[in-house]
Design a binder for this molecule. Structure first.
Ligand code: ATP
Length: 352
């Protein structure tokens, strides 16, 4: 666990970057520091590995004040990932990843084997190991940055806007990769971002900081969205806070209709305004309307129980029928969530 105990950072010019910050980043969880530019996120992060020293207060690592640990020893137990990866340009990828193991005196083969193992772990082809950083895309370099930080298997990982320099699609896949890795590795991660969506997606806990380095709220994402502490947090969360909350609402108990599916080639008649055409093995094909039975219209689907109400609403909006198709993990139709069922679920969500 990382503990900030009444920590203040005053730079020599008098700027108070962090102001009496107290919080805990629990072991094995992702704690995200989020807030507008200049609110002290990076300063807070760097005080953990003593790249910056606190002016007042203490930071404790499993109860031990970091100020009492010499920086090289401290950093051996703390991986650090920054924006644009910060790789050494003249070293091959495999040697970049093995940087810390080399520093720790591992023999070359062991360090390189570890690097190759990590390359695969972060989803890169082993052939990349022999390349130089400039021969990789930004997203691939970021993955290497994560692999390098993990090389000596440190219990703590500090990540400073690691995914903000890549395009939104690559960013999404890097975020998912991090969550997948974290499920296996259970590191204590402190992650800095200015993007509230990223914070909500990745954080077990989210610390919202305001300019002047004061903690505005520390909460799990669901609580943050449903109970923002004040106007600043509410505004920072943005106007679609209600929609975002839907991603924490399960589709498990959603009422489904099973009488709206028909086989391919169905010719009617029917009283229903919309029917879902499915293949012989229950995969969705498209919607047909009572007026134009021969014309397939697009559908949107969600995995029942796994996807959230947000995906379900999205699926409904993608289809002219206004209904969302519920499928199982194999993509087979298990039912249809009609507008009425969605209305009911949304009303319940608003109450809860
Ligand atoms: N070396 C320094 N000397 C003086 N002031 C500094 C120094 N480094 C940072 N600051 C100031 O401290 C405050 C917090 O900076 P910090 O980099 O921690 O913020 P941040 O939240 O990470 O911002 P961003 O999202 O823009 O990176 C800012 O007002 C910044 O200008």
């Amino acid at each position: 666990m990382i503990t900030f105990d009444d920590v203040t950072k005053r730079y020599p010019d008098g700027t108070v970057a962090v102001d009496h910050l107290s919080l805990e980043a629990p072991t094995g969880e992702i704690t995200v520091f989020v807030g507008p530019s200049g609110c002290g996120k990076t300063t807070s992060l760097r005080m953990i590995n003593r790249m910056i020293d606190a002016s007042e207060g203490q930071i404790l690592l499993d109860g031990v004040p970091v100020q009492g640990i010499d920086p090289p020893t401290l950093r051996r137990g703390i991986g650090y990932v920054i924006q644009q990866a910060g790789l050494f340009p003249h070293r091959k990828i495999v040697d970049n990843i093995a940087t810390v193991p080399y520093l720790l005196g591992w023999d070359r083969k062991k360090a390189r084997d570890r690097a190759m193992e990590l390359l695969e772990r972060v989803g890169l082809d082993p052939v990349m190991g022999e390349r130089y950083p400039f021969q990789l895309s930004g997203g691939q370099q970021q993955r290497v940055g994560v692999a390098r930080a993990l090389a000596a298997d440190p219990p703590v990982l500090l990540m400073d806007e690691p995914f903000s320099a890549v395009d939104p699609i690559v960013r999404t896949s890097l975020q998912e990769e991090l969550l997948r890795l974290q499920a296996e590795l259970n590191k204590t991660i402190v992650f800095v971002t200015h993007d509230i969506d990223e914070a909500i997606k990745l954080g077990d806990k989210v610390a919202v900081l305001r300019v002047g380095g004061k903690l505005a709220q520390l909460a799990d994402p669901k609580t943050l969205l449903s109970e923002p502490a004040d106007d600043f947090v509410r505004e920072f969360l943005g106007h679609d806070r209600g929609i975002r909350r839907l991603q924490f609402i399960s589709t498990q108990g959603l009422r489904l209709r099973s009488d709206l599916t028909v086989p391919e080639g169905f010719e009617g008649p029917t009283d229903e305004p919309w029917l879902l055409v499915v293949t012989a093995d229950d995969r969705p094909v498209g919607w047909i309307s009572r007026e134009r039975l021969g014309e397939l219209e697009p559908y949107g689907a969600f995995v029942l129980g796994r996807d959230s109400m947000r995906s379900t609403l999205d699926a409904a909006l993608l289809s002219p029928s206004g209904c969302a198709v519920a499928v199982d993990e194999d993509g087979k139709v298990v039912g249809v969530a009609t507008r009425e069922a969605l209305d009911e679920a949304l009303a319940e969500a608003a109450d809860g």
